[in-house]
Design a protein around this ligand. Structure first.
Ligand code: HEM
Ligand code: HEM
Length: 303
């Protein structure tokens, strides 16, 4: 796969822009026509399916840096095998449906060179993922439920404005938090609250307006430990509770959030993946005498 192939595919995905949901519908139509059994793997309503499709393209766009992100693509493969019940043989029908949908969508714009570029980029990423899938233990039958999505939650929460208010409150606290705050130095709080809201609104069954990278990619240079994720969860729980939402909703929200942890969590600096020259792993040591500011006691355990 040449750099030119990668550049072409990334530019093509950029150009698709807001038409992505239409392309997604065509992709699933072809995929499920050719291989109806795949509806077991690609489950959920239209919003959920569009989000999965968007994630796939977001990851393919990042292969501009494939050498740098090889480890994270392998981890992505592992998650596909262990959590999403994806098998190596699923990649062929997926590519076929993707190429057919692109052909339909782009018409004459889908030149022979562009087709070749998509072919090469998809195969290279798929090959890396497949190695990890065959090395990973198979998913339990009927597959472990994927928790990164709860299609009815946005309505139960009361809409996007409520999610945004909660995130603003959450980031107000986390930016000042003595330990986790270290990750956020120099970051723009309002922008993050907005992006996090767009991302979670899609995960809660709302419209997908998030156009950033997948969480695994965004955080791949950060050494985020399980303990830090638990501290963050306690802060998030406080922020949701402060809105007066029921405990049932609080738990559903946190369950969706936990669905993304597997892609983020690391145990050592060596697992951090750097995307570009000059980037360095972001590591936040626990400050001496640290006490979490979270009100809830479920946050940190000694393990
Ligand atoms: C080159 C090929 C592919 C790429 C780059 C890709 C990328 C992604 C990404 C980035 C996610 C988001 C979740 C995460 O980071 O763990 C995802 C989720 C998922 N993918 Fe793929 N994928 C590919 C192929 C496939 C294939 C062949 C299948 C099955 C036929 C599949 C099924 C799924 C499912 C079921 C999810 C779970 C999403 C959810 O419920 O939130 N993917 N994929
Ligand atoms: C302790 C855990 C976490 C830490 C320390 C952390 C830290 C960060 C930081 C520093 C950024 C800004 C990145 C940048 O602008 O360069 C960011 C962005 C983001 N994070 Fe996290 N994060 C954590 C957990 C999570 C989880 C669990 C999710 C998913 C539910 C998530 C979703 C996002 C999203 C969607 C963005 C915006 C990405 C964009 O700019 O497009 N984060 N995070």
């Amino acid at each position: 796969m040449s750099l030119e192939h990668r550049r072409r595919v990334a530019a093509c995905i950029e150009d698709i822009g807001t038409d992505i949901n239409r392309l997604s519908q065509n992709f699933y139509r072809h995929l499920l026509q050719d291989d109806p059994a795949l509806s077991r793997v690609f489950s959920g309503n239209t919003a959920a399916l569009n989000r999965k499709f968007f994630n796939m393209l977001a990851a393919l766009k990042n292969v501009k840096h494939l050498e740098k992100i090889e480890a994270s693509i392998q981890q992505l493969g592992e998650r596909h095998g262990c959590q999403y019940a994806v098998l190596a043989e699923h990649f062929t029908p997926t590519k076929k449906a993707l190429v057919t949908a692109l052909e339909e969508h782009l018409g004459d714009g889908f030149s022979a060179e562009l087709r070749q570029a998509w072919d090469a980029v998809f195969d290279e990423v798929a090959d890396l993922m497949k190695v990890a899938i065959s090395a990973a233990p198979p998913a339990e039958d009927d597959s472990a439920p994927v928790t990164g999505y709860d299609g009815d939650l946005l309505q139960a929460i009361g809409g996007e404005e409520v999610v945004l208010r909660i995130h603003r409150r959450f980031y107000d606290v986390i930016f000042e938090e003595p330990w986790l705050g270290k990750f956020f130095r120099g970051k723009h709080e309002t922008t993050l609250a907005r992006k996090q809201t767009e991302f979670m609104v899609a995960a809660f069954g709302g419209e997908n307006r998030y156009r950033g990278d997948t969480p695994a990619f965004v955080h791949m240079h950060m050494l985020i430990t399980r303990e830090q994720l638990e501290v963050r969860e306690a802060l998030l729980r406080d922020a949701i509770r402060a809105e007066g939402l029921s405990e049932e909703i609080v738990e559903r929200w946190l369950r969706v959030d936990r669905g993304f942890w597997a892609g983020l969590v690391k145990t050592s600096e060596e697992e951090c993946v750097l995307k570009c020259f000059g980037q360095y792993p972001v590591v936040a040591k626990m400050p001496q005498g640290y006490v979490s500011v979270a009100n809830t006691s479920t946050a940190v355990d000694d393990g």
